[in-house]
Design a protein around this ligand. Sequence first.
Ligand code: TYD
Length: 143
Amino acid sequence: MMDAIRVKNSGIVHLKTAGAQNAGMLYAAEAGREIPFAVKRVYFMRGMAENAVRGNHAHRTLTQAIFAAAGSFTLTLDDGATKQAVRIDDPSSGIILGPHLWTTMSEFSGDCVILVFADDYYEESEYIRDYAEFMTLINKKDA
Ligand code: TYD
C-alpha cells in the first residue's frame, strides 16, 4: 500500500486490472473514469540509469497521472509547503500531478518504465524549471 498523499494538487489513482499471475496482467485507464481528466497526450520513459534524476520542474497548468508500468522509482513531490517521497512500484496505482507541484523522479530500477497521461499537449512555456521562480509563484498565490 502506498502512503496517503499529503501534498496539494495530487492524489492516488487506481487502474482497472484483469488477469492472473502466470497469464500476465492487464491494466486499463479510461479518461474520465480511472483517469480524472480528458487525456490529450501519453508518453513513456525507459532506460533511466539507477542514479539518474529526472523531472525537477513544476507545471503552470498541466495535470498528469504517472505510473510505473514496469519496475519502480521514487517520486518526490513538493507543493512549496510540504515535501513527500513516494515509492512507485505497483502498475495499478498512479499519482496525480496537478499544477504547481515540484516533481522529481529518481532511484530507478533497471527495468523501470514510467507511463504518463497528460491533459494537454507538450508546451515548454508551461513548465517552471527554476525552483526559486516556483517558490515565488506559490507564495504569491498564498498571499
Ligand atoms: P522533460 O519533461 O524535461 O523530461 P523529464 O522531466 O522527465 O526529465 O522532457 C525531456 C525532453 O523531451 C524535453 O526536451 C522536451 C521533450 N518532450 C516532448 O517533446 N514531449 C513531451 O511530451 C515531453 C514530456 C517531453
